[in-house]
Each structure stands twice: as structure tokens, then as C-alpha cells.
Design a protein around this ligand. Structure first.
Ligand code: SAJ
Length: 433
């Protein structure tokens, strides 16, 4: 078994490092954040993901996985660092990819393989990674293998998908591709497909997430159209999907996470051909305003209202709040009240009514900076509750208990996880997207 060095111990890097270790490789995991290294060394875990604690513990206790503050030599270097996108500036931030390459270059030896797994704009492997690594004096494709092999794991099901999903491998040449295939074969149970080159594999990855984002936009738009015709969008979806070649996705309060809202922009980074994709992004981003409209339809003015937002994670069963629809809904609610106050009233000036009290609650999220409150505080005397994330804890809520705690009787269920008959029987008005 080979030595594998994993750069970046986040949602992808940490399970990947543990996977290689649990399949017999000698693995070193490295993170530039000392707190992450110390946390793991102390037996902690900085990520909420089902099954990950036991999986990482197994790797550490077997001695096959160690966690390091320093980069070192290894037969394989796997890069799984973040690639944020600055939408304002319209540029992908590749500083962590460059830093990983910088750190690897002095330790690169003839015969090594460098694999990039992070999601990146097309041509990053050859235009950004390759020149930095070649500062070692070695040439990609001849002296060392250089490959793009995108991760495809779904947060909430990472360990299973890491093992079972098919993989795409695209190297700068055939020798590179083969080197990476040999590495991933050691644990991947799915097919390993080879792409003609690294750029093809990069475009494939972005295509997968863009496909999903655009399809969710279609589901969201169909939900709005269904409402205009007074028909139940969920039933429309179910019946449309009986067709063997139709698979309408689920509408919701928007698209969050670190992948779907970002990757479509990566796809168009150096292409002038994107037309549909930006529109789909705008449809998905606009869903937070639609949630506000549903609340206004129930409550009229939002000024001075107390609103419980249930669910701050970007999707069910995870604790990740990156680009979460809940944060967009909270901001849209505050904006709506600002607009109300600025709008001229009969007397001429804007209204002086109160602001809005938005209470955020999520049993999966542990982030003090968000000012989360417990469930009882979120719903106490609330005028309305909005289910933004479809966590199981909300599906299991007792509507009578919630009714007794709240002042109002309005619920917006953006994920369609509540039993409408039960909530209506308890006296609630339930609105869905
Ligand atoms: N969502 C909807 N309606 C749907 C499906 C999802 O509104 O029908 C929303 C979710 O609630 C969430 C967002 O979309 O806010 C994204 O969730 P997701 O489960 O679709 O995807 P991610 O971001 O957790 O993971 C995606 C996956 N990509 C695909 O399914 C094509 C995963 O396989 C990738 O590995 C991951 O991105 C990544 O890291 O790129």
C-alpha cells in the first residue's frame, strides 16, 4: 500500500483520508488550520456528518491515519481544499489550491502523483496547478503524474457515496490517469471512468452540479406557475414524474451549500456561452423573496412581527449553514420591513413601525455567531413559523404544543415536511411553496 498525503481536512478531505487509511494506505492528513489538526488529535471532530466520528476514530486508532501540521513527501498527494467564489468580484478564489501546490512542490519526487479533487473552474489543473508544481524542476506527465478527480459525495451520506459512487479521472496524459485509477481502485466500488484530459473532468464535475441547480430552478418555477393556476404543485410534480423520462426536482426556499450555488458560475468563468444557467441561478436566489410573500399574504405588514425560522442548515440532516436559504430568508424579511418603513404613508413620511424579530433555530447547527435560540424561545409568542430546512425534528413536531406556545397560527412549510391535516386540525393555516 502507498503513502497518501491529503491536503485539506474538511467535508471531503477528512473522510477521504480516513477512507484511504481504513483501506490500508499509510495516510497523513494535513490542514493549514491548526485548530482542525489539534481538534482531530484530541479525539474531536469539527464536522457534523453521520458515521464520520467512528470512521475517523477507526483510522486514527489503527495508526494508518496521522494528522500533521507540516507537509511531507508521499507517493500520492490528494488536494481537497476549499475553492470559494466571490460573486461580487466574479472570480473564483484559488488561493488554497495554489497554497497546496506551493507546499507540495519542494517535496515532490519523480514517480509521485498529484490529484486535485476540489471543484474548480475549467483548466485550473493545467493552468494553475501545473506551473506551481513544476517549480520543483519536475515535469507533469513525465516526471510526476497530475490528475483531476472530482469528489461527488453528498453531504449527509458521504462515507457511503465515497465508496460507492462512480469516479471520473482525467490526467494530463494517459500515464497520469492510470496512476490515479490505481489509487482510487483500492477502495472505490463504483466504476472508474477515464476522461480524455483534466479539463474534461473539470467540466464534467461542474456539469453535474449545474444540472441539479438548473433542474431545481425549473421545479421552483413550476411551483410558482402552479400557484398562479391554483393547482397543487406537489401533485403536479408527482404526476409529471410518472413519465419514464421526466424527473422534476423538489421546489424549496432556495439552493444552499458550497456547491450548487457556486459551481454554475465556475462553469461560465471563461466562457461567453452561458445564458440559461444565470437565469436559473436568479430563479433559485429569488425563492427567499417568495417565502416573504407567503408570510405577507398571511400576516399583512411584517413590521413588529416575531417570526420563528426553523432550520438554518442548508439542507436536511446536516449542520452546514454555508449559503443557507434560511440566512437569505432572514435577510429578505429584514429588507421587506426596511422597505415597508421607507415607503411613503398617507401622512407623507415612511412608517415608524418596529423592526422584525427573526428567531433562528436549528438542532443540527452549532455556531454562536448566528445567534441561534432553542426551540421554545424561537416559537414563544411568534406570529408565524417558517420551516426552512426539512430536519426530522420538525417533521416530528406536535402541532398542538407549537400552537400553545405561539401567538399566531400561521406556518409556512417550505419543504413540505409537515402533515397539513394535523396542523390544520390544531388550528394552523399552512402555506407551502
Ligand atoms: N435542493 C432543492 N430541491 C431539490 C434538491 C436539492 O431545493 O430537489 C436544495 C437543497 O435543499 C440544498 C441545495 O439544493 O439547499 C443543495 O443540496 P443537494 O443535496 O442537491 O446538493 P449538495 O450541495 O449537498 O451536494 C452536491 C451533490 N451534487 C449532485 O447531486 C449533482 C454532491 O453529489 C456533490 O458532491 C456536492 O454537491 C459537491 O461537493 O459538489
Amino acid at each position: 500500500m502507498s503513502t497518501v498525503f491529503v491536503h485539506g481536512l474538511g467535508y471531503v478531505g477528512l473522510p477521504t483520508a480516513a477512507m484511504f487509511a481504513n483501506y490500508g494506505h499509510d495516510v497523513t492528513g494535513y490542514d493549514t488550520d491548526d485548530a482542525v489538526v489539534e481538534c482531530l488529535r484530541g479525539g474531536g471532530l469539527h464536522i457534523e456528518e453521520p458515521g464520520l466520528r467512528a470512521f475517523v476514530t477507526q483510522a486514527l486508532e489503527s495508526g494508518k491515519l496521522t494528522v500533521a501540521h507540516e507537509v511531507d513527501e508521499a507517493k500520492y498527494h490528494v488536494i481537497a481544499v476549499p475553492t470559494p467564489y466571490d460573486r461580487g468580484a466574479g472570480v473564483p478564489d484559488l488561493q488554497y489550491v495554489r497554497a497546496a501546490a506551493d507546499a507540495i512542490a519542494p517535496h515532490l519526487r519523480t514517480g509521485d502523483t498529484v490529484v486535485l479533487e476540489s471543484t474548480v473552474p475549467p483548466t485550473t489543473t493545467v493552468d494553475v496547478l501545473r506551473p506551481v508544481l513544476e517549480r520543483s524542476g519536475l515535469s507533469a506527465g513525465t516526471d510526476f503524474a497530475l490528475v483531476y478527480c472530482p469528489e461527488t459525495v453528498l453531504p449527509g451520506n458521504i462515507i457511503t457515496e465515497l465508496k460507492r459512487n462512480d469516479r471520473i479521472v482525467g490526467g494530463v496524459n494517459g500515464v497520469s490517469t492510470e496512476a490515479a485509477v490505481r489509487l482510487y481502485e483500492s477502495f472505490v466500488e463504483g466504476e472508474i471512468y477515464t476522461a480524455a484530459d483534466a479539463t474534461t473532468a473539470e467540466v464534467v464535475k461542474l456539469t453535474q452540479n449545474t444540472f441539479r441547480d438548473v433542474n431545481i430552478a425549473l421545479a421552483n418555477e413550476l411551483a410558482l406557475v402552479s400557484r398562479d393556476y391554483g393547482v397543487d404543485s406537489r401533485r403536479v410534480r408527482e404526476l409529471a414524474n410518472v413519465h419514464p423520462r421526466v424527473d422534476v426536482h423538489h421546489p424549496g426556499p432556495g439552493v444552499g451549500g458550497h456547491c450548487l450555488p457556486v459551481d454554475p458560475w465556475f462553469l461560465g468563468y471563461d466562457s461567453d456561452s452561458l445564458r440559461l444557467v444565470p437565469v436559473a441561478r436568479a430563479v433559485n436566489d429569488g425563492m427567499s423573496d417568495h417565502v416573504v410573500e407567503l408570510l405577507e399574504a398571511e400576516l399583512g405588514s411584517l413590521a413588529g412581527r416575531r417570526i420563528a425560522l426553523l432550520g438554518v442548515a442548508y439542507k436536511r440532516g446536516v449542520g452546514d449553514t454555508r449559503r443557507s436559504p434560511a440566512l437569505a430568508v432572514a435577510a429578505a424579511l429584514r429588507d421587506a420591513v426596511e422597505e415597508e418603513r421607507a415607503a411613503p404613508t398617507d401622512g407623507g413620511a415612511g412608517s415608524s413601525g418596529g423592526g422584525i424579530d427573526v428567531r433562528l433555530h436549528d438542532p443540527h447547527v452549532d455556531d454562536e455567531s448566528l445567534g441561534l435560540v432553542d426551540f421554545d424561545r424561537a416559537v414563544a409568542d411568534a406570529d408565524a413559523a417558517v420551516v426552512v430546512t426539512g430536519h426530522e425534528a420538525f417533521t416530528d413536531l406536535d402541532p398542538e404544543r407549537v400552537r400553545d406556545a405561539m401567538a399566531g397560527s400561521s406556518v409556512v412549510d417550505t419543504r413540505a415536511v409537515l402533515s397539513v391535516p394535523d396542523w390544520e386540525a390544531a388550528g394552523f393555516t399552512v402555506r407551502r411553496i
